[in-house]
Write a protein that binds this ligand. Structure first.
Ligand code: TPP
Length: 585
């Protein structure tokens, strides 16, 4: 006779077999049999009890983004399940594997309008790549195994609804996992040589080419840099690829659009050829111009032409294509276009450094000196959990990342409240690394109860809250739309006290002279710290709407813009193009 095992335990063992060592959730009555199994399995699978299921779901997506491994979260039937949605949509839109376990009432109560009972499968239909209700105890571990494989294969959310009674049943203790045979595909998708030659021809005939690099090239930073140098193509990255290349890479222009840096927007407007590698950039409209030539390199054929008409498409792995392009070319002198971009980057970096170094010990505190402190205390492999709001612009500009550090945010879904869960995931997945949560006061307020989860699990996270007493990102949009400011102001809470009340160290900083001591203390602390920096409500410089070029703006407009953004020394790109003698388009 074969031994037996509780179906819920067999399910958890399948999850463990894929290398998952923690999962997030908050129990409800409809999830009690899985909780019972989590108790049994706690030595191998750590249950992280969050205070809001949304935090658990977002932490699970952050785990997946940071490690490449599937993230797992759960919610009990009804309200616990619906609380998961922001995390699930984040996983869907950023294309990361996630398993969501959804509680359900026992089978005999299903379809009887029972307490907290809902028809859950249709609710999760849109967000999931796999979405099933388990119907027998024996199939529970099997369905979980299938769900995990499909989540990996389709880079999305697998949702499994579990009627509570099934988990308690005994089933044969036989193998249920196929993890042993599961492997990430190892074969490289090699490019078609004709396509590579066609691309090379286009690159050679271009006068102002740029590389546009997304997460698809994250395993090839050195190759990207070598190609950029070899073919005089400065590099733009997507914002979520922050950290893939070291920030001091000389031809690294940063990201384009609004969460962006000046040199990237400048170059993209002037480029005659965009070579997009492994990117699904959603801000193409208005940024990629119809007259620009476009080469697209991707290993997913469904992405071609989504953002721009494709002149040459190469269906292959980014690294393989770049290696081939490098093999077919030799080093050459940098072009005037390339040198003009290098000069533009230098000028922009000098501006950022000046902003961080501005001193006014006891005057109003801008965000930039705070970043100087973060850069000062951060370790070479720190992990940054980044919330949504002005922190996206400010962190892509002011964090000087090494290439070993990690930066993670809610990219395409862009949900506020992501910083705390991202930092939880960072510290749980990388316990030996320094981990930050960087958030605005509005976004932090959505998840601030989960500082408690940092404390309870002894996760030494440095939370930096930029309190500007407004929803700054939206204030700026209202300014641009010439609307009245409405619904965008926040009361100034004492976030340090809120953290202290949950058992963390809380520090309030109101002026520059207090910064260094606060960040030293955070660096050396042995428990979670929250630094509430009370910053000015100044708008980050809008690099998507610069008013610097005398050919386009009046002297008065330029002077007003420069004064507001301390941009006296910022040079319009047109001046560098002229100085370096870059040919007209
Ligand atoms: N609600 C959610 C859940 N996510 C969103 N992205 C938005 C609303 C729209 N939104 C984007 S940024 C932002 C809002 C409301 C303001 C963020 O404010 P805050 O966290 O205070 O940061 P700030 O921009 O002021 O630095």
């Amino acid at each position: 006779m074969t031994d037996t095992i509780k179906a819920s335990v067999a399910m958890l063992r399948v999850i463990e077999s894929y290398g998952v060592d923690h999962l997030y959730g908050l129990p409800g009555g409809s999830f009690s049999t899985t909780m019972d199994a989590l108790y049994d399995e706690q030595a191998k699978l750590k249950f992280i009890q969050v205070k809001h299921e949304e935090v658990g779901a977002m932490a699970a997506t952050a785990d997946a983004k940071l490690t490449g491994k599937i993230g797992v979260a759960f919610g009990s039937a009804g309200p616990g399940a619906t609380h998961l949605f922001n995390g699930l949509y984040d996983a869907k839109m950023d294309g990361v594997p996630m398993l969501a376990l959804i509680g359900q009432v026992k089978q005999s109560a299903m379809n009887f309008d029972s307490f907290q009972e809902m028809d859950e499968v249709p609710m999760f239909g849109d967000v999931s790549v796999y979405n099933r209700t388990v119907t027998t105890a024996e199939s529970l571990p099997h369905v979980i195994d299938e769900a995990i494989r499909i989540a990996y294969q389709q880079h999305g959310v697998a949702t499994v609804v579990i009627p509570n009674d099934l988990g308690a049943k005994l089933i044969p203790d036989t193998p249920y996992s196929s993890a042993e045979s599961y492997r990430e595909p190892t074969a490289t998708m090699a490019p078609n040589e004709e396509d590579v030659l066609a691309a090379l021809n286009l690159i050679k005939s271009a006068k102002r080419p740029v590389l546009f690099v997304g997460m698809g090239a994250k395993n090839a930073p050195d190759e990207v840099i070598a190609l950029a140098k070899r073919l005089s193509m400065p590099i733009i990255t997507t914002a979520i690829a922050k950290g893939v290349l070291p920030d001091d890479t000389e031809m690294h222009l940063g990201s384009a659009n609004r969460v962006a840096q000046k040199p990237a927007n400048d170059a993209l407007k002037e480029a005659d050829l965009v070579v997009m590698i492994g990117s699904n950039w959603p801000f193409a409209v208005g940024n990629l111009l119809p007259e620009q030539k476009f080469i697209q390199i991707d290993n997913d054929s469904s992405k071609f032409g989504r953002r721009h008409h494709v002149d040459v498409g190469i269906l292959a792995d980014a690294k393989a294509v770049i290696e081939r392009l490098l093999a077919l070319t030799k080093d050459s002198e940098p072009t005037a276009w390339y040198n003009a971009n290098l000069a533009n980057i230098k000028n922009w970096r000098a501006y950022l450094t000046m902003m961080m170094n501005r001193t006014d010990a006891d005057g109003p505190l801008g965000v930039e000196p705070v970043f100087k402190e973060i850069n000062r205390i951060s370790t070479a492999d720190a992990v940054y959990g980044i919330d949504v709001g002005d922190i996206n612009m400010n962190s892509v500009r002011y964090l000087n990342m090494t290439g070993e550090q990690k930066w993670v945010t809610s990219g395409l879904f862009a949900t506020m409240g992501y910083g705390v869960p991202a930092a939880l995931a960072g510290k749980l997945s990388f316990p030996d690394r320094q981990v930050f949560n960087l958030a605005g006061d509005g976004a932090f307020s959505m998840v601030m109860q989960d500082i408690d989860t940092e404390v309870r699990n002894n996760l030494q996270i440095i939370n930096v809250i930029f309190t500007n007493r407004q929803l700054g990102f939206i204030v700026d949009e209202q300014e641009d739309a010439q609307q009245p400011r409405f619904g965008v102001y926040m009361t100034d809470n004492d976030y340090a006290k809120i953290a202290e009340a949950q058992g963390a160290i809380g520090i309030t900083v109101t002026k520059q002279s207090e910064l260094a001591a606060a960040f030293d203390r955070a660096r050396d602390a042995d428990k979670p710290v929250l630094i509430d920096v009370k910053v000015t409500a100044d708008r980050p410089i809008p690099v998507e709407a610069l008013q610097l070029d005398p050919a386009k703006f009046s002297a008065e407009e330029i002077a007003t813009f420069k004064e507001r953004y301390h941009a006296d020394d910022l040079v319009p790109f047109s001046a560098f193009l002229t100085e370096y003698g870059v040919a007209e388009k």
